[in-house]
Write a protein that binds this ligand. Sequence first.
Ligand SMILES: Cc1cn([C@H]2C[C@H](O)[C@@H](COP(=O)(O)OP(=O)(O)OP(=O)(O)O)O2)c(=O)[nH]c1=O
Length: 196
Amino acid sequence: MIYLASQSPRRRQLLEQLGVPHALLLPDDADAAEALEAVRPGEAPGTYVRRVTRLKLEHAMRALAQRQRPPAPVLCADTTVALGRAILGKPRDAQDAAAMLRQLSGQTHRVITAVALHAADAVHEAASESRVRFAPLGEDDIAAYVDSGEWQGKAGAYAIQGRAAAFIAHISGSYSGIMGLPLFETARILRAAGAQ
Ligand SMILES: Cc1cn([C@H]2C[C@H](O)[C@@H](COP(=O)(O)OP(=O)(O)OP(=O)(O)O)O2)c(=O)[nH]c1=O
């Protein structure tokens, strides 16, 4: 059994796909968890996503120690959308979501997901980077998508596993990584740690 330190239902679903028995380790304070995701000025997307993943892991390890739950490996992840050097996080509101979708329209961006696992006093890390090409979007496409609410809580304001699939002309890389948990890399670090 491992702990999945994540509030994301997608990550839970993806880990189930691997058949890894797990329990959830959720933060007591959602605002503190959100604060971990602040971007430093000038930080490159790959550096950012790895740093935030390590912070999430440290946060989760503290929660585990405080709650006196049985020890087991702890897994966490972070996903970010990068357009050039610009980091597109989760949109603040509908307007912000529409602005992100306008930026992504007709462009290729990267989706980077880092994973980190604490097991037997060692930390194992991996990351996947994918490229995603959006078709040009009309204002009507953007308005309908924003109305659907699917952008909420999604890096870059879209979900490949949802209606935004209709916008995506091409991907190269890891579909599960774009969704939030790269299964190839996750399985590899679980095996390396003897956790699977
Ligand atoms: C690009 C993209 C992102 N996403 C989601 C995955 C992540 O849940 C979210 C990025 O936010 P994250 O901060 O990586 O994760 P989270 O806050 O949802 O969960 P936690 O930190 O508790 O683990 O965007 C999709 O579901 N589909 C997509 O196509």
